[in-house]
Design a protein around this ligand. Structure first.
Ligand code: PLP
Length: 407
């Protein structure tokens, strides 16, 4: 933890210097969205000031530069997730859009009445509702892999839940509500033994360590730019080429076509087949800048720093009297979900905000998980590599204040 250049890194993030309620902001809502380094902010500023032009379509100089940068960003994403080729990288509006793309297009081609899709009980609504809509449409069945008391997947149930009708498993690599890391390699191994493809929701894993989709052997991997220090409105769908080739187009429009005629339309090759209309090319290029920024710091360094921060914060929180932590697994990232005895999460959130500490309260878009624990919501503090032990100390002091006020 000591040799991590935390001071230099924090300098890169202007918003970390903000004052909230006359005190220095402690930003612990990184699972919702991360702050942006100047490298990303400047990229966006520069693109709109000096280079803006629509990609792929025009012969003009600016369009050529923009197209080159956009396809360069695709290559950066490919390298970052270690995909085999850039045809397997589709730019979307975010993780939600990527999952909806797969649910609609893969669902159209491969799900029939009586088939089954398996998700887990800890999924974000984005990885539940698109599958519910698909299952309703196709008269298929959505099955659920349960979690245990400490919020880990009940892996012994997996072989029982997989049947000859299972057509896809969609599971998160890291729980947004608890930070628990799921054994996705083992899920994929068991699924592939039965020829079942697996979609990994990487919205909470892409920012915490090395992702290698080829080693993982997942069939689909999705994430959002804004959770990995990039802009909002941009995300990625990685898909194995064999699946993307076999899937029908999702949305129709410009760029995704080869020829259009009233007698019939033919479609563009991958990845353009799934990128209809004017894409968020500025967002994609800025996402590329965010990933390059992280590569520059080094994912292994980030991972090691966050493990130390997770241990420090975990120990500090566990020593607070009257705290109940959800998902206190050994395998986790620094996302902490908890309740304080006799204190409503919303009250705690309001007081912490007055102290300049930004956390989140509520169900974290994971109502089925809250139902499993029999609660209405939690307080969630989510940290990342620009957070510090000193901020954790301020947070713990803040919780003490909350307890003095309401306890
Ligand atoms: N999946 C997980 C695990 C998430 O945490 C989130 C966002 O919180 C999403 C999916 C949806 O991401 P977005 O709203 O950026 O599409």
């Amino acid at each position: 933890m000591n040799d991590f250049p935390i001071d230099t890194i924090r300098e890169d993030f202007p918003l970390l210097k903000a004052q909230v309620n006359k005190t220095r902001l402690v930003y612990f809502d990184n699972a919702a969205t991360t702050q942006k380094p100047v490298q990303v902010i400047d990229t966006i500023d520069n693109l709109y000031r000096n280079q803006n032009s629509s990609i792929h379509r025009s012969v003009n100089y600016l369009s050529g530069k923009m197209t080159e940068a956009y396809e360069g960003a695709r290559e950066t994403v490919r390298r970052f997730v270690h995909a085999n080729n850039s045809r397997e990288i589709i730019f979307t509006a975010g993780a939600t859009a990527s999952i909806n793309l797969v649910a609609t297009s893969f669902g159209e081609a491969f799900i029939e009445e009586g088939d089954e899709v398996l998700v887990s009980a800890m999924e974000h609504h984005s990885n539940i509702v698109p599958w519910q809509l698909l299952c309703d449409r196709k008269k298929a069945r959505l099955k659920v892999l349960p979690v245990n008391d400490i919020g880990e997947l009940q892996m012994d149930q997996l072989p029982i839940l997989l049947t000859e009708r299972t057509r896809l498993i969609a599971v998160t690599q890291v729980s947004n509500a608890m930070g628990v890391i799921n054994p996705v390699n083992e899920i994929i191994r068991q699924a592939h033994e039965k020829n079942i493809p697996v979609l990994i929701d990487g919205a909470q894993s892409i920012q915490h360590g090395q992702i290698n989709v080829q080693e993982m052997d997942c069939d689909f991997y999705v994430f959002s730019g804004h959770k990995v220090y990039g802009p909002t409105g941009i995300g990625v769908l990685y898909g194995k080429e064999k699946w993307l080739e076999a899937m029908p187009p999702y949305q129709g429009g410009g760029d995704m076509i080869d020829r259009v005629s009233f007698s019939g339309t033919s479609f563009n090759v991958l990845p353009f087949k799934f990128e209809a209309g004017t894409t968020n090319y500025v967002g994609a290029i800025a996402l590329g800048a965010a990933l390059e920024y992280i590569e520059h710091i080094g994912l292994d360094h980030i991972d090691a720093y966050e493990i130390a921060l997770n241990d420090y914060a975990g120990n500090a929180l566990r020593s607070i009297p009257g705290i109940r932590i959800f998902g206190d697994s050994k395998m986790k990232h620094p996302i902490f979900s908890f309740l304080l005895e006799n204190i409503h999460p919303y009250d705690a959130g309001m007081v912490l905000d007055k102290l300049g500490i930004a956390i989140r309260t509520g169900t974290h878009c994971a109502m089925p998980l809250m139902e499993h624990f029999g609660i209405d919501g939690t307080i969630r503090a989510s940290m990342c590599f620009y957070n510090t032990k000193e901020e954790v100390d301020r947070f713990v002091e803040g919780i003490n204040t909350v307890q003095e006020m309401f306890g």
